[in-house]
Design a protein around this ligand. Structure first.
Ligand SMILES: Cc1ncc(COP(=O)(O)O)c(C=O)c1O
Length: 379
């Protein structure tokens, strides 16, 4: 047993630790109280101001010009459900990649089971990327939505989402970008990538607390809200207001979480995204090369760390991944993730279904010594 010291290598699930200002912002908002937009007393107004500033900061981070087109959510899953159910209320044909997370697959498959949608996966090239020629030919008159993960949470591979978004736009179909693994890790500007919808987690690369995330909805695109209720606005009306962000933000906000998310983004801006990327790419490259050099270890994902985010999946031939994870924790105090990582189709693509892989994901606060320690443990 490794004792009480442990080494956190599971930042793709949720980042840890958080920067100090994030802990402070959460505590301060929790102590201040107030429900934004609900009352005209000082506490409510202060919470409203905090929410407004956090929305402006988060929107600017993604190059979103109109902050009202950004809604806060509970996590990436919540944002993805909002987008999927909001766009597909009338059904249609949907195109996805084989690397989607269950937060995309499950809502879609339940709509498909109910006969509402037809779901199709883009075939991949030998490099594991969606085949753009085949993709372009998949569009039909009833194609209603395209969804792509920005980077696989199993292999880390960054997908050609700019090209995919451009093709979808040309065909007049909304493109939903799942940035759960890339927000706060690689720069995302909606003016450049041009997705109509962008879902992100606040608790991973953005360094915010669990219970945070968001969805950007391009102006002019109307989503049917899948959660309806109090917004503090138009209270005389018994239907959900159509205006953004209220349309998609029913119920009391997670103000301490949102305050922490804004502090996480501020911290990232201070460090600089280029530095974050440089650090994580360095560690990912070392881990990948080090693991590959160990006899019996198979590493999945792009050879060039610049083609991926810091997510490395591997297997030890003949040993169950769960057991490898158990030994890493019990003997070495290393915390990583094992199994299918909620992306079963990605494993079908890689040939690792149903056994899964061991996944290590260093983050901004992972040190070079910690990465070296993992390699020593794996040898
Ligand atoms: C690619 C991808 N999409 C969606 C999600 C869901 O994120 P959340 O846990 O914030 O709901 C994850 C989580 O790991 C992910 O990796």
């Amino acid at each position: 047993m490794a004792g009480t010291k442990y080494y956190y290598l599971d930042n793709a699930a949720t980042s840890w630790p958080k920067p100090e200002p994030v802990y402070k912002a959460v505590e301060s908002a929790l102590r201040a109280g107030g429900n934004p937009g609900r009352s005209s007393h000082r506490s409510s107004l202060a919470a409203e101001r905090l929410l407004f500033a956090a929305r402006e900061k988060t929107a600017a981070f993604f190059g979103i010009e109109n902050p009202s087109s950004l809604v806060f959510s509970l996590n990436a899953t919540d944002a993805l459900n909002m987008a999927i159910k909001g766009v597909l209320c009338k059904g249609g044909h949907v195109i996805i990649t084989p690397f989607e997370h269950n937060s995309v697959l499950r809502p879609l498959n339940s709509l498909a089971r109910d006969g509402l949608i037809l779901l199709e996966e883009v075939p991949c090239t030998s490099a594991g990327e969606p085949d753009l020629n085949a993709y372009g030919e998949m569009f039909r008159p009833d194609t209603a939505l395209v969804i792509a993960t920005h980077a696989s949470n199993v292999t880390g591979l960054i997908m050609p989402v700019r090209e995919m978004a451009a093709i979808a736009r040309e065909k007049g179909v909304p493109f939903l970008l799942d940035a759960a693994q890339t927000a706060g890790v690689i720069p995302i500007d909606v003016k450049e990538l041009k997705p109509q919808l962008l879902a992100f987690a606040g608790h991973k690369g953005l360094l915010g607390p669990p219970g945070t995330g968001g969805l950007y909805v391009e102006d002019g695109l109307c989503l049917r809200p899948w959660r309806e209720g109090g917004t503090g606005s138009r209270s005389h009306e018994v239907l959900q207001p159509a205006e953004m962000p209220d349309c998609l933000e029913a119920g009391t906000h997670n103000i301490p979480g949102i305050a922490g998310l804004a502090a996480g983004i501020a911290y990232l801006q201070e460090v600089g995204l280029a530095k974050v990327r440089e650090h994580e790419t360095l560690l990912a490259g070392r881990l990948r090369e080090g693991l590959k050099s160990i006899p019996g270890v198979v590493v999945y994902g792009p050879e060039n760390p610049l083609k991926g985010v810091a997510v490395i999946s591997f297997e030890l031939e003949g040993v169950d991944s769960g057991e490898v994870g158990y030994i890493l924790e019990e003997t070495y105090g290393i915390l990583c993730r094992t199994g299918l990582h909620c992306a079963p189709n990605a494993h079908k693509q890689l040939g690792t279904f149903p056994r899964g892989t061991v996944r290590v994901s260093p983050g901004l606060f992972t040190t070079e010594a910690e990465a070296a320690y993992l390699l020593k443990a794996a040898m």
